[in-house]
Design a protein around this ligand. Structure first.
Ligand code: ADP
Length: 262
């Protein structure tokens, strides 16, 4: 029931924010239609002096409106997940070049992969997206450069911890991205999973990164934990359920034997 309440509160927040976007969109439409009207009047009067200016205004507003709907669509689109047994250490290694290129030379990136890491049950391409997003957030928190550590670990969550962390008890592995950046005050940490919450300047942040990562992790049967200290840095950890498929298949009796009995 508590989870349901939380969910409905989240939906309400989405509704409010969607309403906000619709309002912005309407303002842009008003701007476009006003510019077109002025252009029309000038053309009828044969006075073309300001027509190009109105056109540029209308074009700019159109572009911004398109960007707005694009963002909204990207957010509302139901993510269909294709989970499978995934070696997260290998996934991280495969992303390292791309991550380094994305964060730039001022940010040092290192990995600490647990050697006996359990396989995860997760959609690998969604996890790649999430990892890149976390590294971009980390870079944005370190305008003067710094250090990113990408770390994997096996985690047993007992019933007590499970209640505390709002996830089922069981075996998980975690993928953590730590930075040496600005960190966040508790009131920001409390809001980072809300869609469209951002502290970044207009045009730089969508406020969708962490809310999408949260949705993806919950949908995968996992969780996202954040530890942040102002002035010291932030660690964001994605918990994913341990994949059991491989082990079950190994322990199953050989299929050939069963068939020959039948
Ligand atoms: P966006 O990055 O577009 O703002 P996110 O949902 O990814 O959207 O992040 C929301 C906010 O959370 C950011 O604007 C920032 O204030 C804060 N944040 C996220 N990651 C970090 C981090 N590693 N260090 C400091 N602040 C962060």
């Amino acid at each position: 029931a508590e989870e349901q309440l939380r969910q409905s509160q989240k939906m309400e927040a989405v509704g409010q924010l969607t309403g906000g976007l619709a309002h912005d969109f309407n303002n842009l439409l008003a701007g476009i239609s006003g510019s077109l009207e002025l252009m029309g009047t000038r053309i009828v009067q044969g006075r073309f002096s300001d027509v190009d200016r109105y056109m540029v205004t209308a074009q700019g507003a159109t572009r911004r409106a398109a960007a707005l709907t694009h963002r909204l669509l990207a957010f509302s689109r139901r993510q269909t997940l294709a989970p499978k047994g995934t070696d997260v250490n290998a996934l991280v290694d495969g992303m390292l070049d791309m991550v380094r290129r994305t964060v730039g030379p001022a940010v040092h990136v290192e990995t600490v992969g647990l050697p006996d890491l359990w396989p995860a049950l997760v959609d690998p391409s969604q996890l790649e997206n999430a990892l890149l997003n976390l590294c971009i957030n980390a870079r944005d928190a370190m305008p003067d450069g710094g250090r990113i550590v990408i770390e994997t670990a096996n985690r047993r969550i007992d019933h007590q911890a499970a209640r505390r962390q709002d996830m089922p008890a069981g075996e998980y592995l975690s993928l953590s991205v730590s930075d040496t950046g600005t960190g966040m005050p508790p009131e920001v940490v409390a809001k980072v999973f809300e869609p469209f919450f951002t502290t970044k300047p207009l045009g730089q942040g969508t406020g969708l990164g962490l809310s999408m990562i949260y949705g993806f992790a919950k949908q995968s049967g996992g969780q996202v934990r954040i530890h942040s200290e102002e002035g010291r840095g932030t660690t964001v950890s994605i918990y994913l359920p341990r994949h059991r498929g491989q082990a079950e298949r190994d322990e199953a009796p050989p299929q050939v034997g069963l068939l020959s009995v039948a």
